[in-house]
Design a protein around this ligand. Structure first.
Ligand code: HEC
Length: 139
């Protein structure tokens, strides 16, 4: 007798697969409720407060007496010449004990915080994000 069903695919296995697919869609839908409710314009990662991120990730080496990193002064930052070079240095070299370990949005926020708080680029706040070629000129 001829059967249309492939002998190795039981009805039970098919039902299980269908349930798995449905569960996958439910999880995707739940994730989307959280993630997709943001503006279409919003970046992939949520914004982080730069001062908070700098304090949490950097200042315990740079802003404490006898810290192993030098104070991050306007003069120190200016040595990197452009926004792009400072950005790359921080991503490649900091935090010193775990370079490159921070999420993208924290590097972005810390870069912005340092440039604004040390007044490295006139009008930075209104012009953000700054092109990589923007010169660092402490004002
Ligand atoms: C574990 C300690 C530590 C942490 C955490 C750390 N740094 Fe550093 N940082 C250092 C040391 C040590 C140096 C000197 C590195 C060298 O000369 O190679 C340095 C160098 C720097 C420099 C360059 C200074 C110069 O004279 O050119 C900058 C800018 C800087 N760090 C910023 C940061 C930022 C921003 C963070 C947070 C994302 C951070 N650091 C986290 C220890 C640290």
């Amino acid at each position: 007798m001829y059967s249309y069903a492939h002998p190795s695919i039981s009805a039970h296995a098919l039902a299980k697969t269908a349930r798995g697919l449905r569960r996958g869609r439910l999880i995707a839908a739940a994730a989307c409720l959280v993630a997709c409710s943001r503006d279409a314009e919003a970046p992939d990662t949520p914004a982080v407060d730069g001062e908070w991120a700098y304090t949490a990730r950097c200042s315990y080496c740079h802003d404490v007496p006898n810290g192993i990193g030098a104070a991050v002064t306007p003069g120190v930052l200016a040595a990197y010449s452009t926004v792009g070079q400072l950005d790359r240095y921080l991503r490649v070299a900091m935090p010193h004990q775990a370079p490159g370990s921070l999420p993208d949005n924290e590097y972005d926020a810390i870069l912005r915080y340092l440039i604004e708080s040390r007044r490295m680029v006139p009008g930075a706040t209104d012009a953000w994000p700054l092109p990589d070629s923007t010169l660092l000129e402490p004002g």
